[in-house]
Design a binder for this molecule. Structure first.
Ligand code: HEC
Ligand code: HEC
Ligand code: HEC
Ligand code: HEC
Ligand code: HEC
Length: 304
């Protein structure tokens, strides 16, 4: 019943999200004694990246404009979360307002350190950001919510070690072995994570958790494995979306016109011919057009 309701207005991924909630509740119990943030500012402070931005200015500027740098305040995301609250959570007995974590777990993984009160507050802000008539109040809610996103410490710590290995809190994980300690001054050691170079790193959010059956979770990642990797291609998500060596943190997507146009090539072949109309018994000039459309993305397009 719950699934049916959500299916009516949200995409496949969101439908799967419910399964994910139940599963993740079963497989990763969070420690009861961990300190939980009571306000958005407290949570943002726990994952502060001001220092990172100071030394990694270019990566910061790129990331800030990326989709994942705005993973809550994207207007589509806000509207969809509002719909989820109004049409699913508020109507289904099995769901409560705190179950907005179904969305937040991927869109802002730091949410694992938020208190239940804070999750309710975030839900209220989402509603205000969409429903409030007063523009100033709407803007204020969006400004608060913009402190929540997928930032440096989400990828370079929380998500760096995969589903089965817990990351160490005082470590910045990166793709290389660095033999000096650029991060000692801010209380972190630097550790190499080969996992970060794999597509499975991205699949942690762009696909369902391992416990969900493959055929029950059709995502961009299933299409990547079934239609691309299985045909012998070896490019990773990072190779295309971070431009390989460049490791661009804009995480290029379809909103970048050049990147989008790299996704397909089209050849058109046309030749003149004659068309015979067998009913009217006459001949007329015509053209045969052969269009070849090839996808160069590592998965089916469009998707999502
Ligand atoms: C398993 C992780 C995961 C969960 C759970 C999840 N999302 Fe997403 N969401 C993503 C990823 C990854 C993208 C971007 C990829 C894409 O666009 O295909 C995305 C994109 C979106 C978009 C952009 C629209 C689009 O199709 O590009 C909206 C809106 C959205 N999510 C809303 C939600 C809402 C509302 C919930 C909760 C009901 C939710 N998401 C739960 C991972 C998740
Ligand atoms: C969505 C996940 C994600 C986010 C968010 C993210 N990174 Fe990264 N970052 C990666 C991945 C993945 C790699 C390595 C990719 C590879 O080597 O294939 C990387 C690599 C790097 C590198 C190494 C670059 C090099 O040339 O070796 C630096 C430095 C870095 N990130 C800094 C940052 C900073 C600073 C932020 C925040 C402003 C940030 N990252 C946010 C995923 C992320
Ligand atoms: C005092 C300056 C400084 C600060 C602050 C800083 N970094 Fe770095 N970081 C560096 C330097 C220097 C390197 C090495 C760059 C190189 O060798 O190209 C580095 C490398 C990295 C790498 C790449 C590691 C690898 O394996 O290639 C990542 C990822 C990274 N930093 C993330 C972060 C994050 C996240 C923060 C904030 C929590 C941060 N840094 C704060 C100076 C800093
Ligand atoms: C912590 C979860 C998480 C991780 C890890 C992650 N993503 Fe995302 N990604 C998201 C969410 C959520 C969105 C949607 C944000 C929005 O719509 O505002 C997204 C959006 C995107 C988009 C933009 C899609 C669009 O429709 O514009 C691209 C491209 C992307 N991610 C690529 C990657 C790549 C490549 C990696 C691995 C290097 C990665 N992501 C790792 C959660 C994640
Ligand atoms: C061979 C290059 C290539 C590889 C490999 C690749 N992508 Fe893409 N991806 C593209 C291109 C090009 C587009 C833009 C076309 C589009 O969005 O329709 C795109 C689009 C996307 C989008 C936006 C989809 C949409 O239609 O909104 C997401 C999200 C994404 N990719 C994630 C991933 C993830 C996650 C992986 C790894 C599992 C991956 N990609 C592997 C080239 C690639």
């Amino acid at each position: 019943m719950v699934r049916k309701h959500i299916a009516r207005f949200l995409c496949d991924k969101l439908r799967n999200a419910l399964g994910i909630l139940l599963l993740s509740a079963a497989i990763v119990p969070s420690p009861a004694d961990a300190k939980k943030a009571l306000t958005i500012d407290e949570l943002a402070m726990m994952y502060d990246i001001k220092t990172c931005a100071g030394c990694h200015e270019e990566k910061y500027e790129e990331w800030k404009t990326s989709s994942m740098g705005n993973s809550v305040t994207d207007p589509r995301v806000l509207r969809a979360m509002r719909t989820f609250i109004r049409l699913a959570i508020d109507r289904e007995e099995a769901l409560e307002r705190k179950d907005l974590t179904i969305c937040l777990d991927c869109h802002v993984p730091q949410i694992k350190d938020a208190s239940p009160e804070l999750i309710l507050h975030i839900g209220d802000l989402v509603l205000t950001s969409v429903e409030e008539r007063n523009a100033a109040k709407r803007e204020a809610a969006i400004k608060e919510l913009s402190k929540l996103n997928i930032n440096c410490r989400v990828c370079h710590n929380l998500k760096s070690t995969g589903y089965y290995v817990k990351p160490r809190e005082d470590v910045i994980y990166g793709p290389r072995s660095i033999d000096y300690s650029p991060h000692e001054g801010i209380g972190f050691s630097t550790v190499r994570s080969d996992f970060m170079k794999t597509s499975e790193f991205c699949a942690q959010c762009h696909h369902c958790p391992p416990a969900v059956l493959w055929k029950e979770c059709p995502t961009i990642y299933t299409s990547y494995i079934d239609d691309f990797v299985s045909k012998g291609h070896t490019d990773t998500c990072q190779d295309c979306h971070m431009k390989g060596q460049e490791l661009s943190h804009r995480f290029l997507g379809p909103s970048d016109p050049d990147f989008l146009s790299s996704a397909v090539s089209m050849t058109v072949n046309a030749r003149a011919t004659r068309y015979i109309d067998i009913y009217e018994n006459n001949k007329m000039p015509a053209v045969v057009v052969i269009v070849e459309l090839a996808s160069h993305a590592g998965h089916e397009i469009p998707h999502g």
